[in-house]
Write a protein that binds this ligand. Structure first.
Ligand SMILES: [Fe+2]
Length: 409
């Protein structure tokens, strides 16, 4: 296992040394604790939001607790909403030593959502964050392996980790999972690495590696940044799909695949190879590095959770947006800009915004993230054009409207 000391960049700086190959423990510079999240925030989310199973899951001594034990059916106006998590019942289980997991906590914390973006931009794959709270001297989940790469960020307390070998290197999650096999293996084989992960430290676990953790004398909160990898298989098949879509207009691609003899009397008119080379060559020629990169980026954008902070308020402010208003490109908004012949497309998680080509310079100027007064938007747009562009960007959640205090700057 690699040990990296004095690294304060969320373990991403030296990825190539260990990625997919071996676990790594990253120890920050002196006293380098995480300040983006804490146990108080964890319980605030759990207590103040009406969460649903399986967004919240409980485990006792490594075994899942039946969700019926901590959920109820909420009734509103004759409608039933089952699997609503009851924080009081969760509290009782926590006092008895249960581990609480909030899945996709980035949906409830903008600072965690921001961290997901940092990982996504480095890893070119979707990243989700799960938070684990485990009372002292307890095991959270049984020994297991994951089919995603995981960065464990130890927020509060500490955990004693045990790591074994790979069960399946670069696991794709397709192999049937058998807990009994893992239990037998970890009982018979001593762990390869044992160590304590302290606050501020990060553990990188490559997918397919067997691991297990136990809290120490203190309660523990950690966040797992779960990277769903963009493999070559996924990337190439996605790229072929996108290329095939873009070649739809080509008559050759719209013709039928014929096998000799499939049409009565065709005999030698069609052969198996007829047209194959031309079609395949065209696709192969189109699979470029840029195309693969675009596929990977679009996969991230499609699965990302964009920050919703202030979105609805922006819609209200947008009504009175003027030439003197200030707007700013939203941080944490996953996007990709595609320049086409006559238009610019901004790809977002749930939609694509198509704008006239003349907006391109303005968009380039805005996306660096600095606040911009609407009338000072770059490019050749008229004032009315700048206001319309700003309103479209705000309406679609790409930009935010800064409040009155900023307008006085
Ligand atoms: Fe795990």
């Amino acid at each position: 296992m690699i040990e990296i000391k004095g690294c304060n960049d969320y373990a991403l700086g030296q990825l190539e040394r260990y990625w997919e190959e071996q676990p790594a423990r990253i120890i920050p510079r002196e006293g380098g604790r995480f300040d983006f999240f804490d146990s108080f925030e964890f319980f605030k989310i759990l207590n103040s939001k009406e969460m649903k199973f399986p967004m919240v899951r409980l485990y006792q001594d490594g075994v899942p607790i039946d969700e019926g034990e901590y959920t109820f059916t909420r009734r509103y106006g004759g409608e039933e909403f089952p699997l609503t998590v009851d924080p009081n019942k969760v509290g009782v289980f926590i006092s008895e030593g249960a581990t609480t997991i909030i899945q996709s906590i980035e949906q409830h914390s903008s600072s965690v959502a921001g961290l997901c973006r940092v990982y996504e931009e480095s890893l070119f794959c979707p990243v989700q964050a799960n938070a684990f709270y485990t009372p002292c001297e307890k095991q959270s989940v049984a020994a297991h392996y994951d089919s995603s790469d995981v960065f464990v960020l130890q927020i509060d307390g500490s955990k004693d980790w045990r790591l074994w070998d790979f069960f399946e290197k670069r696991s794709n999650g397709k192999r049937p999972y058998n807990q009994q096999v893992i239990d037998d293996l970890t009982r018979k084989t001593p762990p390869k690495f044992t160590f304590r992960l302290n606050p501020g430290e990060i553990l990188y676990l490559p997918r397919g590696l067997i691991h297990q953790a136990q809290t120490t004398e203190n309660d523990s909160l950690h966040i797992s940044m779960i990277a769903h990898p963009t493999t070559w298989k996924l990337s190439v098949s996605k790229a072929i799909e996108q290329i095939a879509d873009s070649l739809e207009a080509d008559l050759k691609f719209r013709s039928t695949v014929l096998v000799s003899g499939s049409i009565v009397g065709s005999k030698s008119k069609f052969s198996e190879s007829s047209g194959v080379n031309e079609v395949v060559d065209k696709i192969v020629d189109s699979i470029t590095w840029d195309q693969l990169k675009v596929s990977a980026v679009r996969r991230v954008i499609k699965s990302s959770f964009p920050s919703r902070e202030g979105r609805l308020l922006d819609i209200i402010k947008n009504r009175t947006l003027s030439r003197d208003s200030f707007i700013q490109w939203r941080e944490q908004q996953p996007f990709e800009i595609e320049a086409r012949d006559s238009e610019v497309v901004i790809h977002l998680t749930d939609r694509a915004l198509i704008l006239p080509k003349v907006s391109f310079v303005a968009i380039q100027g805005l996306k660096n993230g600095e606040p911009v007064r609407v009338k000072s938007i770059r490019g050749l747009l008229t004032i009315d054009g700048k206001i319309s562009l700003a309103q479209a960007l705000v309406k679609n959640g790409i930009c935010t409207v800064l409040d009155f205090r900023h307008e006085q700057v």
